[in-house]
Every structure is written in C-alpha cells, then in structure tokens.
Design a protein. Structure first.
Length: 639
C-alpha cells in the first residue's frame, strides 16, 4: 500500500473523530488525477485563460512520460472544483523533489521557485487559497510550475500528492505526513548520527594512543560512512545539495579511508597502485559532483559510474580482511562480515537507484516496517556494522591498554636498573674535579658512562652510546656496565678494556656500541682508546678547547677480531677533558639545522650542565651525555 493511501486513511480516521467532536467538518478532496503537463518556463502557462488542451494528461505521483523528462522545468494545470462552502480552504501539496511555485487563477499563492541548492525532498506544504479564486463558479484553475534538477536521485515525477482541504483537515494531513516522514527518518538518522559520534570517539582514541593510527583511519571511515548514508536519508530535512556536494563525495572518501584502515590494521603499507587509487578516490568527487549536479550525468549513468569507481576498493578491503582472517587475526575476522555487509549495501543503493530510474515498474527494495518506523536495509547494515566495530575497538583497546601497562612496567624496571648502573652523582676522586650530566631522550636511554677510581691513584672513565633506544638498548647497557666493572679489576688499559667489551658483545647484540675509554693518572699521564666514539675536547685554563686527533677503532659488537690501540696524552693541572655523546652534536632546531661539531667545540669550554642545557634548548633528539674530567693541582703536603 502506498504511503499516500495510508496517510489518507489517517486523515479519514482523524476527520471522523474530529467531526464527532465538533460541528465544523474537516474536508480533504484529493486532486491527483487528470492533470495536464508540459515542458517550459513560459509564465503565460499560469493564466486561467490559457488553452492547455494539447498538453499531456498525467497523474500526480506517477512517472512522467519520456517526452516530459527532457528539460528541467514543467507546468501542471488542472481546473479544480472547490467545496461548496464559504470557509477558508488550503491547497495541500507533497513534492517528490525539486522546487515549485503554485498559482490559483493566475495569482501566485506560494513562494517563488528556489535555487537548486536549497530545495528539499518529500516536503508537504499547505497554501491558503485566496477567496477570490473560483469565487463565482466554485472552480479554480490551479497551475504548478515545477523545476526538477537533473542531479536529483528521484525518478522524474510530478508532485506526489495534491488536495483541496479545510485548514483543519490540511493540518491533520500534514501532521500525518510529517509522522510518516519521521517514521522513515528516525532509524537511519539515529544510526548514522551514532556512527559519526563513534568516529569522533575513535579519533579521540587516536590522540590518546598516537602510535595506533588505525583508530584515526577507522574513525574517518566511520564518519564519512555515517555522513554519506545520513545525508542520503535526510533529503527531506536538509537541502539535497548537502547530499550532492558532501554526502556523495563521502562515499568515495569512505572507501579511501577504509583501505588505509585495513592496511594499517594489519601492519602493512599499501602498494603504490593502491595508493594511487586512494588519491583518485579523494579527487574524483571534486569533478564528478559538479558535473552530476549540472546534468552532465544522468541519474542512472552516475550511479553506474560511482559503482564502477568504488567496486575495486570494496573488493580490496574484503580481500585484505579475508587474508588476515585466514592467518588467524581474530579482530579481522570480526570486522569481515560487517564491513562486507556495509559496503555491499552501499553498492546496492546505487544499483537500486539506477534500476528505479530505468524501470518505471520497479519500486525499490521495500523497508521493514515496525508501526510507523521504517527500517531500510542500508540503515540496518550500518547498525550491525556499528555494533561490530564497537566490539572490535573495545577488544583492541583493552589489548593495547594491557600491552601499554606491561611496557610501562618494563620501562620503569629498566629505568630503575639504569639509575643504579649510571650514577646521578659521582664521588670525589682525589686530584680530579669530575662533572657529569645524563639526559635520555626517552624514559630509558642508550647512553652510558662510568667513572672508576684507581687503587694507586687516578681515574678510569668510560663513555658510550648503544645503537637503538628503549628496553633493548637498556639491556645492552646493563651488559656493558657489568662487563666493564669486571674487566676493570683485571686491567686499567683502555685498549684492553675495549677489546674485552667487544668480545663480550660480539654475537649478543643486533646493533653496535660506540665507546671511549680514558685513564688519567695523578701526574697527568692520560691514555685513551676509542671504539668509533666522538673525539674528546681538551681545554686549558684560558685557551679555546681543541678536539684531540682522531682516535681509530671499530664500534663494539661488529667484529670479534677488532683491535684497539692506546693513545697517550700529557695533561697539566687545570686542563679539562670533555667527553660527549652524539646527542649533543645531533641536536636539531626547528628549522632542521644541526648543532654540529663547531658549536660543540665552543660549548665544551663550559661546565657539563651548561653544555647539556644548551644542546637541549637547541633541540634534543637523542640521549645527551656529558662527562668532564679536570686535573687539579696536587694538594700541598702539610707537616
């Protein structure tokens, strides 16, 4: 049963009840048959004296003959008998699309035709009939000038329903029509509003867990899907241009975001061809929507074009999920069915629209009715999809949160161990003034240093940098420090210590470690050996620091057969040896400029904390370690 028939029954029932309750009758006389129609914009067609006998006869709400579908503008005329009473009368019109203006005996009784950007779909309006219309004969010539734009997703049809009614009956019918419209809109608009809100929530989750960009792409996919379906359903509430210039493009953007989501979800990068296809999906609406709105595409032609553009993406989304479901990914398995259902239903919508346009006897897939509420298949599939992604994201969020707690616990443990291994303060060593600063770039760093007083006087200092960051680097640091302490009990030769560390690390670390070992005796005799580390700087009391001659040696852990040699240096009281990690040299400012060797050499004249602070202020990107050893004058011997 057609919706207008149901509404008439509602009106009849309401009218019977109202008639029993009050003396003034409610009258509604349908005027759906016997209209004459013609293409054109000629304002003379509104004149009651115009001869329309040669026009085509049509019924309101029916599919127009092909001869009347070639242009934008149409006129509909009919001589309507007015009920024989003096009470005010209204003309009730339900428009199936486009914009229109209404004339009664040549007098316009409605607002003028609106721009194509403002018209809505399936809106029921009432227009008071002036008392001068049909005043003598009780018959009035009603003319409707309709403009249906080519981009409309509706079939080219006359206004859906026309009737003459008393104001009370018109109000009853309008209320019933609005109720029927609300019943059609309530479910899809609710589902799609929740979809958009869910997408916003997903993007919020992404800001909380920035390492999980799948939340961002799924959020954008859900938002564009909700806007696409919601604006398609809301053409009676919002101008159709919202769907044409936002909802329809969101169909393309939805598939582009879905593709990025599934690839991110499974931890893979899209192939170049897939990436090019995504960019095409983003760009196509900027050309296709204006062309469709201007009438270059027919409704059916544009539907097939849209389907052809989206089908490869839909197939690829499903294929990726199928592959990873087969590999045991439970979350992919949960998403597979709902995403397939949502995409296929969107695909069917376009086919449904095209078939409705091409075949007048085809009225589309009927919705499920629960009272006045209508549940369209695409809205139902979106509801299932919403529940499924809610479950998947909940499970994923719980898993990620547990992993983060575990990682945080491990980081705290590694950090506690590192605090033990790398002292925050160094005990005084007779004959030396020692300063140290250690600022890791993350919670756990890969730099390390050790200062070991020698039994016969003097000091052994080691500075190093483990490749990588986080827990793996911290574990390597722990291994190095433990080995270093053991080696220092057997030898104080920097070259022998580096050789021992290298043998210990060979085959036990996937990366490498740079290291600089220095032994300084109380008389100023210094011995240095390097394993690929930055050269230290030597500063006298008043002179500008100078970089020591390059020290050679492979980084630790690369080759078990690597050899290291000692370099000797004589230091005088008051001179300072400054050792840095590459976090100082590689500090980078906002314009991308490195702090560099020359600035580092100049900075090495400052105390350790000022060097580290300058590098941090410049733009820290890596762990920063600074260790300075100043040979002080020997204390006088007192009697």
């Amino acid at each position: 049963m057609r919706i207008h028939h149901l509404l008439l029954l509602c009106v009849a029932a309401s009218g019977a009840l109202a008639a029993a309750a009050q003396s003034a009758p409610q009258i509604l006389v349908p005027q759906t048959q016997g209209w004459r129609a013609h293409l054109g914009d000629d304002p003379a067609y509104a004149s009651p004296s115009f001869d329309d006998s040669s026009w085509t006869t049509v019924d309101m709400g029916a599919r127009l003959p092909s001869a009347l579908t070639a242009g934008h503008s149409r006129w509909f005329r009919k001589r309507i008998g007015l009920p024989g009473q003096s009470a005010p009368l209204d003309l009730v019109i339900t428009a199936t699309g486009g914009s229109y203006e209404v004339y009664c005996d040549g007098l316009r009784i409605s607002p003028p035709i609106q721009s194509s950007l403002l018209w809505k779909d399936s809106v029921t309006s009432t227009f008071p009939i002036p008392s001068t219309c049909g005043n003598s004969t009780r018959e009035a010539e009603v003319a409707i000038h309709s403009r249906l734009y080519d981009q409309s997703y509706l079939t080219v049809a006359a206004p859906g329903f026309v009737a003459v009614a008393t104001p009370a009956a018109a109000s009853t019918y309008t209320t019933a029509a609005d109720g029927g419209l609300l019943g059609f809109l309530v479910f899809p608009l609710t589902v799609n509003t929740v979809l958009v809100l869910a997408g916003i929530l997903l993007i919020t989750l992404y800001w909380q867990q920035r390492g999980h960009s799948e939340y961002l792409w799924l959020g954008l996919s859900v938002i564009t899907g909700g806007l696409c379906s919601g604006l398609f359903s809301a053409q009676a509430c919002l101008p159709d241009s919202f769907n044409g210039f936002l909802g329809d493009p969101c169909t393309y953007w939805n598939i582009a975001a879905q593709l990025q989501f599934v690839y991110t979800f499974v931890g893979r990068k899209p192939h170049r061809a897939v990436r090019a296809y995504q960019w095409a999906l983003l760009a196509v609406p900027f050309f296709s929507s204006p062309l469709a709105w201007s009438g270059v595409f027919s409704v059916a032609g544009y539907s097939w074009f849209e389907n052809g553009s989206l089908l490869p993406g839909i197939v690829l989304v499903v294929a990726v999920l199928v592959v990873w479901t087969a590999r045991g990914n439970r979350e992919a398995a949960l998403l597979l069915g709902p995403m397939l259902l949502a995409n296929v239903s969107s695909f069917i919508v376009d086919i449904d629209v095209a078939m409705t346009f091409l075949h007048p006897t085809y009225h589309g897939i009927p919705p499920l009715r629960i009272g006045l509420v209508q549940i369209a298949y695409w809205a139902a599939s979106n509801a299932v999809f919403l529940l499924a992604i809610g479950l998947v994201i909940f499970l994923r969020f719980v898993r990620v949160s547990r992993e983060q707690v575990t990682i945080q616990t491990e980081l705290e443990s590694a950090r506690a161990i590192q605090h033990v291994l790398i002292p925050a303060a160094i005990d005084d060593v007779p004959g030396f003034r020692i300063e140290s600063v250690y600022h890791p770039a993350q919670q756990v760093g890969g730099d390390f240093f050790q200062v070991i007083p020698l039994a016969g006087g003097g000091v052994l200092a080691v500075v190093g940098d483990v490749s990588g960051k986080g827990i793996p680097a911290a574990l390597t640091v722990a291994l190095i420090v433990g080995t270093l302490r053991t080696l220092a009990e057997a030898t104080t030769s920097p070259a022998e210590i580096l050789a021992g560390l290298n043998r210990r690390l060979a085959g036990r670390s996937s990366g490498f470690t740079t290291c600089l070992a220095v032994r300084i005796l109380p008389d100023g005799e210094a011995t240095l050996a390097s394993a690929g580390h930055l050269n230290p700087y030597l500063r006298t009391r008043d002179a500008v620091p100078s970089e020591l001659a390059p020290l050679t040696g492979l980084p630790l852990g690369l080759s078990a057969d690597a050899e290291y040699s000692n370099v000797r240096l004589a230091m005088r009281p008051g001179e300072t040896l400054t050792m840095l990690s590459d976090g100082v040299i590689e500090a980078r400012n906002t314009s991308g400029e490195l702090l560099g060797f020359e600035r580092a050499r100049t900075l090495s004249a400052r105390p350790a904390d000022q060097i580290a602070q300058a590098a941090e202020s410049f733009g820290q990107e890596d762990d920063i370690t600074v260790l300075t050893l100043t040979l002080t004058a020997p204390e006088p011997i007192t009697a």
